[in-house]
Design a protein around this ligand. Sequence first.
Ligand SMILES: [Zn+2]
Length: 324
Amino acid sequence: MLILALDFGGTKHTAGLARAQPGKRPVLVATRRQASPAGSDGPTDLKTMFSLAHSLLSEQAETPAAVGVSFGGPVDFPARAVRLSHHVPGWQGVPLAQMVEAEFGAPAAVDNDANCGALGEWRYGAGQGCSSLLYMTVSTGIGGGWLIDGKVHRGADSMAGEIGHTPVDPDGPECVCGRRGCLEIMACGPAIARCARERLRAHPNEGTLLRRLAGGDLTAITGEMVSRAAAQGDSAAGVVLLAAAHDLGTGIGNALSLMNPQRVVLGGGVTKSGKRYWAELRRSARANTLPEISAEIVPARLSDAAPLWGAIAMAEEICPPHAH
Ligand SMILES: [Zn+2]
């Protein structure tokens, strides 16, 4: 049984084909990925994704039995529609599941990328075997998804898990959501780059290594450069990176106290920032929650593919019975 999985990211789109096997993990047959060109919008993203999927399907004899879709933005799950994208215009109220069903002639399910990531890690990755988990992705933004008692917990408005938009500093900088000091604007990749730029402007004698990595142009600094400079011993980069880890831990500690999950699984590029980063976020999370709470905080295993694997799992669940 063939499954089509689509992952609409902020900057790239991935289509995957998987073959489901009863009682076993599906086998990923092929994936195709394309960067989203600058200035793209909802309709152009949709066109890109559909052509990726059709090119994959053209190599197969059969049609997909179901389609799972991960979307990088808020989704109204019962309405099977995208609410909006914070990064790409033209996605407001798009009935994505219906459009995918019309395009591929198979039942479709759509969820946001963090919920898909949670489901993917729980079924096939670092969340296997646990009854409750919080999945978080820390990259250009911060998303979160809950898996409770073996099910994605979406909440009354399909907005559960939006840990990126819980405030950790009410006087902090303005976030994409319009409020101040959200976890996302304090600890995502671009936030780390912003803090590093501010620090290097204020301290002209600091950050020799980071300045070199950025070719002397502070505006060229990225979060990844800060991680790399910190790993190579740049103390200014280290201070900035650990401050972001501290804020991330604060947010995680709040979530632990509220929901007491068994495990926290962290994915996204920023979480590849090394041992000191992990030690600080774990220390900060522990310090900001109750001592009885024992949740382990572990790295994601599926990396960037977690939402795609979640989309595969979702599609498996909605496959028509005769397809098995
Ligand atoms: Zn926010």
